[in-house]
Design a protein. Structure first.
Length: 105
């Protein structure tokens, strides 16, 4: 029976495997899209800001997909303001990736 490999050898093999797939892993993590997008605005997150940004933001708007992953998050000083550029950015992001645009927003 051959000897069991040492933990250092197993870690080295694992590390080499991950490094070979690093570009693919990064692309998978950073390219989350969805067919159904949900937009949600809240004041709770904006109230928790501290430091220089305290009092400058009143709304936090998040866009998520059908899997519960947050696609984009925007802080605005008033309700509705700044959401147009956010939606335009989402459309541009889908177009540049060659992905079909979302069916529902």
């Amino acid at each position: 029976m051959p000897p069991v490999p040492k933990h250092r050898w197993l870690m080295q093999v694992y590390t080499q495997d991950v490094l070979q797939r690093l570009d693919e892993i990064k692309a998978t993590i950073t390219s989350q899209y969805g067919r159904i997008l949900k937009m949600d605005s809240t004041k709770k997150v904006a109230r928790k800001l501290a430091g220089k940004s305290y009092g400058t933001v009143t709304w936090a708007t998040n866009v998520g997909n059908e899997h519960g992953q947050v696609i984009m998050s925007v802080l605005t000083s008033s309700e509705g303001y700044g959401l147009g550029p956010m939606v335009e950015g989402l459309i541009k992001r889908y177009r540049m990736a060659g992905v079909a645009p979302p069916e529902v927003l």
